[in-house]
Design a protein. Structure first.
Length: 378
């Protein structure tokens, strides 16, 4: 007997919620891990003007995650995971199509005047993932970075599995876009050859360019250890990611490969699959922002004078108001430098395991946006 369209959608929604649990569950064990406190504080408040931008297209009814990439000339690329698309005009998720990923381009930095355009592909007359599935494997966006008019986006590769959830991450992929100034549907997207890195999802969290290198943070999705890889910028943006250097710890430094008896050393434990790292001039340090865990879903921060550490924290600095109601999942905390009017823009995701609520509750599954201020402690 064939599943009805609604039944199929319910199964898919359950998969989304379980996926969240699957990728974030290891962090539960580290919810109480605290280290040296940072010498600054971050405060945040809801930013409704910015949130409205993510609700400005009646066809795009919410997306998972939310990573941002500065494209220059007041343009920002947003990357989303599983997304609801309804091209029928009813503005309801009940007859929407779920695609594995979608994107948006923000024009302008003032949220009161900025615009947001959302993009997905179309196949067979129906909405489809922007980054197409490959056989039985699909992709959730990780992070991206642009350099001299070229864009690289890292994606998490996922496939079906015989585990209790029926799926698991199976690696990562990177694509190169040589014309990101064009309309996304006209992009020339080229897949890059990437090394096999086991459980480490390279680029799932954050990318930075510094001192002639492209740095990529990646998390071991089973134990939440965070690793750091890098490439020379010229090689990376010519499309060569085949030979990353790995941080081998203070004794080993950076190495091209894995010599016998020497393995990459985590720069941090208790990270999440999704987080952000950026250099914060006010602090003269690097700032990492993540959601601490599903059990303790605060926004937490780490800081460090260098990308390889040592990192302070984690230190909770914001408790989402959605923490109290039962049945909600809070995750994917990130920081962005995308809007004027705040030291930082913060986002996090709110999901649910309730297959009916996710379709009817339009207050969740859109990015939650905060206006944040950084203050030095005296």
């Amino acid at each position: 007997m064939k599943l009805s369209s609604l039944a199929k959608k319910i199964v898919f929604i359950e998969t989304i919620a379980f996926c969240t649990l699957f990728l974030w569950w290891p962090g539960l064990l580290r919810a109480g891990q605290h280290q040296q406190e940072a010498g600054f504080s971050i405060t945040g408040q809801r930013w409704e003007e910015a949130e409205k931008l993510f609700r400005s297209d009646p066809r795009w009814l919410g997306g998972d995650g939310a990573s941002s990439v500065n494209l220059g000339i007041k343009r920002v690329l947003w990357l989303f995971g599983d997304s609801f698309i309804n091209t029928k005009g009813s503005s309801t998720r009940r007859d929407a199509v779920m695609v594995r990923n979608s994107i948006a381009v923000q024009s302008g930095r003032n949220p009161a005047k900025a615009a947001m355009r959302f993009y997905w592909k179309s196949r067979g007359g129906k909405p489809a993932s922007f980054f197409r599935e490959e056989g039985d494997e699909w992709f959730w966006p990780g992070s991206g970075v642009s350099f001299k008019g070229t864009l690289i986006i890292f994606l998490v590769r996922v496939h079906g599995s015989k585990n209790d959830l029926g799926f698991e991450p199976c690696g990562w992929k990177a694509v190169l876009v040589q014309n990101p100034e064009s309309v996304p549907l006209a992009w020339g997207v080229r897949s890059l050859a990437c090394p096999v890195t086991g459980r480490i999802l390279v680029g799932s969290s954050s990318l930075l360019i510094k001192d002639g290198y492209l740095y990529a943070f990646g998390t071991d999705w089973k134990d939440n250890s965070v690793y750091l890889a890098r490439w020379q910028v010229g090689n990376a943006f010519r499309g060569d990611l085949s030979r990353p250097q790995w941080w081998m710890g203070s004794a080993g430094g950076w190495a091209d490969a894995k010599p016998a008896g020497l393995k990459p050393v985590p720069v941090l434990s208790g990270g999440q699959v999704e987080f952000t790292v950026h250099y914060e001039p006010l602090l003269k340090a690097f700032l990492m922002v993540q959601t601490l865990s599903l059990q303790e879903p605060c926004l937490a921060m780490h800081s460090s004078p260098g990308l390889t550490g040592p990192w302070t924290g984690p230190e909770c600095f914001f408790q989402p108001p959605q923490k109290t109601p039962p049945g909600l999942l809070i995750y994917a905390g990130k920081a962005h430098k995308v809007f004027k009017g705040a030291d930082l823009t913060l986002t996090y995701a709110v999901n649910t395991t309730d297959k009916v609520r996710i379709m009817d509750d339009m207050s969740i599954y859109y990015p939650m946006v905060l206006k944040a201020k950084i203050s030095l402690k005296r």
